[in-house]
Design a protein around this ligand. Structure first.
Ligand code: E4P
Length: 218
């Protein structure tokens, strides 16, 4: 399973990269705004900085909602760096744009996916990644992980190559459950990824080992 970090915070991206397990980064306009990155030039420069830190796929989202605008923006984003994946919203014009990008060899991430039907269309259009937002479904009392299961089943039925990128991951158990289901990728905050390392028996066991070593070497 690939691990992406879902942030535009350069320090957190560097910290995740230093772990040696990072496969990529996802961003969105809200995450950019959270870091105070506004204006087209600043946003473009920020994508370049992220690509300099991480040797992996970096999702960069188009803002246009019309086909021509998405194509223009997406082609410019793809030109920034070979690792850029153009993030396109799951709307009618977005599906057309994903189809266009797939014929041009430009990789895409179909975002804001909340149903298996949307995921099916994204795969048909040739999306590289599909991003079901599991946390936002959980927020409205709908089982986000069940959606990952359903998409896995449908994609496997037809051997679709589109990779399931479980997005809106909020905590460590989301990652573990996604791994059990067979999600190709998860994207989440650093805290959710770091949570995988934690176990109280590891901490107490290490403390005992170090104390016993100190006794024998004092
Ligand atoms: C995915 O690419 C999105 O950026 C993200 O996962 C959304 O997460 P949120 O629901 O926590 O905002």
């Amino acid at each position: 399973m690939k691990f992406f970090i879902d942030t535009a915070n350069l320090e957190q991206i560097k910290e995740a990269e230093a772990l040696g397990i990072l496969d990529g980064v996802t961003t969105n306009p809200s995450l950019m705004a959270k870091e105070g990155i506004t204006g087209e030039d600043n946003i473009i420069n920020h994508y370049k900085k992220i690509c300099d830190i991480v040797d992996g796929d970096v999702s960069a989202e188009v803002i246009s909602t019309d086909y021509e605008g998405m194509i223009k923006e997406g082609e410019a984003l793809a030109d920034l760096h070979p690792n850029i994946v153009v993030k396109v919203p799951m709307i009618k014009e977005g599906i057309k744009a994903i189809k266009y990008f797939s014929t041009k060899g430009i990789r895409t991430n179909c975002t804001l996916v909340f149903s298996v039907g949307q995921a099916l269309l994204a795969a048909k259009a040739g999306a590289t990644y599909v991003s079901p937002f599991i946390g936002r479904l959980d927020d409205i009392s709908t089982d986000g992980l069940h959606l990952i299961e359903e998409i896995r089943l449908v994609y496997d039925n037809y051997d679709y190559e589109t990779q399931i990128l479980a997005a809106s991951v909020r905590h460590t158990m989301h990652i573990i459950e996604c791994a059990k289901i067979g999600s190709d990728v998860i994207t989440g905050p650093l805290s959710a990824i770091e949570g995988l390392m934690k176990h109280p028996l590891t901490d107490s066991g290490l403390a005992t080992f170090l104390a016993d070593y100190a006794k024998g070497n004092s």
